[in-house]
Design a binder for this molecule. Sequence first.
Ligand code: NCD
Length: 360
Amino acid sequence: MDVRHFVSIEDVTPKWFMDLYSVCRDMIQNPERYVDACRGQVMASLFFEPSTRTNFSFQTAMMRLGGSVFGFSDPSGTAVAKGESLADTIRMVSAYADAVVMRSPFEGAATAGALYSEVPLINAGDGGHMHPTQTLTDLTTICEKRGKVGGITVGLCGDLKNGRTVHSLALALAQFPNIQFKFIAPREMAMPGYVLDALREQGQRYIEVTNLESSIPQLDVLYMTRIQKERFTDPLEYERNKGLYILTRRKLDRAKEDLLIMHPLPRVDEISPDVDGDSRAAYFDQARYGMFIRMALLYRLIHTPRQAASTAYDLTPRVCGNDRCITKTEEYLPNLTKGRNGETVCSYCDNPISRWVKKT
Ligand code: NCD
């Protein structure tokens, strides 16, 4: 597969991932071979939303490849604060850099940014939509710990509605053979329709449940997530749901001996510190593997031939009905749609086109 940008997990096939993982393995075992692999190359790091792990792991990944990094982690000191459009920011930054890593609070922002970038653009999280490089981290962790990805029962637990990591992970895992899903969440925080539709389209089965404890004994992987406080528009809804799922050492009594306990981090209270010493806790290793798979991704994309940004788009003015879609703030964006399960959806945020409204 030829991926010049890395914006959506839907571009990832098992073969593409396994090829990338084999480079990552070599980087873990022989880091000295790669110290000059991106010498003279520059990575732009544009974080319009807070981050610790993702931002630092991309920066250290580029430095370990011999490249250098510039960027911001707070847009208030940049021209964006003066009202510069995303398109202009990306055009300008992609003239300076050899790769752009971007995180935004808006869904579909990376897809939008990639339209204007002549260098590889990597989605480091677009609002509550997707987080494809976290998924590379998660798949790497499963491979490192279990030897392969397929043939597992996976429980995804917590804020499945707003947690972008679980959207990307479910879509990616569904491509691998024999995956059973248990989505563990209250109804208010259930997996969004676009993910469930995509799974159904592939004939992937899943079960939605609310109880964590009774689900644990069947699982090979338990992926805990934080309730995404910053994405709640109603503070009372957050109050109702916080602290709902807390994994403790006691709840692991009936778990498999080779269970993998994962978390994208940061955690709040959903994994009690008494689990950290359990040999099944994989979340700190997971953070470390993230740096190596991001090294492999940067290495691959930076060495892929460049491509001019495209310009031929349908510019019929429309705006997506999803308030969190990037088209809400960047109104000049072309009208891009795609088909899913016989329905037409917004190419930026994956919401059904029936929810689009024409701009006045
Ligand atoms: C996640 C994110 O930003 O979506 N963190 C990360 O990138 N490692 C998970 C989260 O914030 O809960």
